[in-house]
Design a binder for this molecule. Structure first.
Ligand SMILES: [Ca+2]
Length: 291
């Protein structure tokens, strides 16, 4: 009888063990690879719960470097250059037969915005929103974005969008916007400051300054121009500047327009070169085209 009792106990223990194993908590794994982003970028956190067919609810906790990133749901945003550690936890869905709780940690590295070799402007293509640009709008509360709605950017997926509707009447407001960026590491060379524009505004004014001193400037039409073929309707505007004894300048773009104006600026560039490097539409007898 005693022996039978022991068997029963072992049997029950075995059952409990296998039941526990059947339920299984130990074989569920959460896998997330380390992530590298550029400052200003946003991505969905890609995770995998195994075995295949296991569903879970995943949550995240930034355990270090919370000043560098932000996580909302599964959306990860890179705020500042640095490294963050994130703890992720997956638990079974509510009411699921199989219960589990599993976790992992991963690293998010935020890298600085860089530009192509020889290019001094950072984020000239507006692919990282308005980062790196100083922007002054009049009125100051008009906040221009970089979403390209129904027109194509010159390159990438974004451009500076000059259409801003402050009062919700679906019409753009009058435009008075200045953007600038201070560049350093320059040499005694001739540089081309250029941008791609399309739209219907009044004017595009470009300046290269050293403090308040204007080293070079040019004003271009915001509506009367001839786009360059195969450039999505954009025109290439630019000014050149020859530097002597200066390693740093500020480049400035001022954009003005009447109510209901619209336009895009993309691929702003400052690099060694001259006006000869501007891409121009072929000369035609058509009057009124400035480019
Ligand atoms: Ca772009």
């Amino acid at each position: 009888m005693k022996k039978f009792g022991l068997f029963l106990l072992l049997f029950l223990l075995a059952c409990a063990f296998s039941a526990c194993k059947g339920d299984d908590t130990t074989d569920v794994k959460l896998e997330i690879e380390d992530i590298v982003l550029t400052k200003g970028e946003e991505t969905e956190i890609d995770y995998r719960i195994t075995p295949e067919g296991t569903f879970g609810v995943v949550s995240f906790e930034i355990i270090s470097g919370s000043e560098f990133i932000a996580i909302t749901g599964t959306t990860l945003r890179a705020l500042e250059v640095g490294t963050a550690q994130v703890k992720a936890t997956a638990v079974n869905m509510k009411g699921a037969k199989k219960t589990f709780s599993t976790g992992t940690t991963f690293t998010v590295t935020v890298e600085p915005i860089t530009s192509a070799e020889g290019e001094f402007i950072l984020n000239g293509g507006f692919e990282f929103g308005l980062l790196e640009w100083s922007i002054v709008s009049n009125p100051a509360n008009y906040s221009y974005g970089t979403t390209v709605v129904d027109n194509t950017p010159h390159s990438g997926e974004a451009a500076l969008n000059l259409w801003f509707d402050a009062d919700g009447d679906e019409k753009g407001e009058a435009l008075d916007l200045t953007l600038s960026q201070t560049l350093s590491g320059l040499e005694n060379k001739t540089y081309l400051f250029s941008l791609w524009f399309k739209g219907a505004i009044t004017s595009v004014t470009m300046k290269v300054k050293a403090g308040e001193e204007v080293l070079s400037s040019g004003e271009f039409s915001g509506y009367d121009y001839k786009p360059v073929a195969d450039h999505s309707g954009y025109v290439h505007y630019g000014i050149e500047v020859t530097l002597s004894g200066r390693t740093s300048v500020t480049v400035e773009i001022k954009l003005t327009g009447d109510p209901e104006c619209w336009g895009y600026v993309d691929d702003v560039s400052f690099k060694e070169g001259s006006l000869d490097d501007l891409e121009k539409a072929p000369e035609t007898p058509e009057a009124g085209h400035l480019n």
